[in-house]
Design a protein around this ligand. Structure first.
Ligand code: SAM
Length: 283
């Protein structure tokens, strides 16, 4: 069922977290536009989640920093010249990470994309033309067709970042989209997305914090619908033949240099998938 009809509130919420993480004394990234885009509404939505799930800011910062780094690696090591942001929300990578000859495509549900474009139009200095904007509802549309209609070259490799979206889709939409990415993109492409565990999606045997988090995003109008403890079988069935999965404790250890048991990163992972091994010695 497509439950998504209005501009995404969770997109505004994660934008507020990016604004906050950009103010860390030693930030993992700086998003200079996030503060203005998030505005008081975004910060209020984030503050209300803090009370339920304190590690969210840290989780978000690690996710953004890792995926930012992946853009650089894809351009430098895989010679990729097309970056596709699926379910872009208020993502500003097209403006923050420009590279000569690299095109950014932002794909999103029409309701959220319209709200974003209105916001960007009001932001002094924002390079609106840094991205090509493509509307697509993953519950019923083919992202490759939508991209191709906007000048995306399906015969050239792409990095696809699908950040903070998969949990909000039905399994059917996750499968349909992943299948189109595996079959419709150039096989040298790389897909990256984060996902939550099965129990969180199903609402079974959860801690009070996880239960409240799940209920809260549902109240925002974007219930968590899909989770998995192991993406490999689904990605295999969709056509991928190279899969890696990273956990957030590993990312925290690498990017922050420490591990804390109480961070509650038990349910969140990032998956990387490709139709073939990206290059020799790819991590
Ligand atoms: C939590 S936000 C993440 C936004 C952005 N990727 C980020 O990390 O800042 C979820 C995004 O998924 C998009 N989304 C949810 N359901 C969708 C659907 N059926 N089709 C297209 N986009 C969808 C929303 O529009 C929103 O932009």
């Amino acid at each position: 069922m497509d439950l998504h009809t209005a501009a995404s509130k969770t997109a505004l919420m994660v934008c507020a977290y990016r604004a906050r993480a950009s103010r860390w004394p030693t930030p993992l990234f700086v998003d200079p536009w996030a503060e203005t885009i998030a505005g008081p509404d975004g910060h209020e939505i984030a503050r209300r989640l803090d009370a339920r799930f304190a590690p969210m800011e840290l989780w978000l910062a690690l996710r953004v920093a890792y995926l930012d780094r992946l853009v650089g690696m894809a351009v430098d090591r895989l010679s990729i010249r097309q970056v596709v942001i699926l379910g872009a929300g208020y993502d500003t990578r097209a403006a923050r990470l420009p590279r000569a000859g690299v095109r950014f495509f932002e794909v999103d549900h029409p309701a959220t994309q319209a709200a974003k474009r209105e916001q960007l139009g009001k932001l002094a200095g924002y390079p609106v033309d840094a991205a090509t904007y493509v509307t697509c509802n993953f519950e019923r549309e083919d992202p490759i067709e939508r991209l191709a209609a906007s000048g995306f070259a399906a015969t050239e490799p792409a990095l696809v970042i699908w950040e903070g979206v998969v949990p909000y889709l039905t399994e059917a939409a996750v499968r349909a989209t992943a299948t189109r990415l595996a079959t419709g993109l150039d096989p040298r492409s790389l897909v990256a997305f984060d996902f939550v565990g099965k129990k969180l999606a199903a609402g079974q045997n959860l801690s009070a914090s996880d239960e409240q988090t799940r209920a809260y995003v549902g109240e925002l109008g974007e219930p968590i619908q899909y989770g998995s403890d192991d993406m490999l079988p689904l990605l295999y069935e969709c056509g991928f033949r190279w899969v890696r999965s990273l956990d957030f404790n590993e990312l925290a250890l690498e990017l922050l240099g420490d591990y804390k048991r109480d961070r509650q990163f038990r349910f969140q992972h990032i998956a990387l998938a490709s139709v073939r091994t990206p290059v020799a010695n790819w991590p």
